[in-house]
Design a protein around this ligand. Structure first.
Ligand SMILES: [Zn+2]
Length: 145
């Protein structure tokens, strides 16, 4: 695993810029990127230092971003419910569990098609009830059996 570490200092000794390949002269601002490779049981760790003009560091960063387009990070809505809502939600979850149990008992017999359909209708109603209080649990939407 490589851990990069970036610092900006005054250049003490001339160093070649990784980006434009022009020498960075002493006393000029210098960006040092220090890669620390921890190594592992199979290979020894090693350190790599790379030098950049500050503007070249920015340029290579922007170039990298261009190659790796922006992907929006979608945050999951947090489940923040009042005490009353939590109780309601818990109650709906319990009712759903009871229906699931009944469905499991009916399962397999063709005579029970009608009863199964009725239970599915009840589940659909519970979905409508639970949606505004924390959303429909993912488990409900993926058939379990
Ligand atoms: Zn440069």
């Amino acid at each position: 695993m490589t851990v990069p570490n970036v610092t900006m200092t005054h250049c003490q000794r001339e160093a070649k810029c990784q980006w434009c390949e022009i020498m960075i002269e002493a006393s000029n601002p210098l960006v040092t990127v220090f890669f620390w490779n921890r190594g592992g049981p199979e290979h020894k760790g090693f350190n790599v230092k790379k030098y950049y003009h500050p503007e070249c560091w920015v340029a290579q960063g922007l170039d990298y971003l261009k190659m790796n387009p922006y992907v929006p990070y979608i945050r999951k809505p947090k489940l923040e419910l009042s005490k009353e809502q939590s109780k309601l939600r818990y109650n709906i979850l319990k009712r759903k569990a009871a229906i699931d149990q009944r469905k499991r008992r009916l399962n397999g017999s063709p005579d029970n098609t009608m009863a199964m359909a009725l239970l599915d209708t009840k589940i659909a109603e519970l979905m409508i009830e639970i949606a505004p209080i924390g959303g429909i649990p993912k488990k409900w939407l993926t058939p379990s059996n």
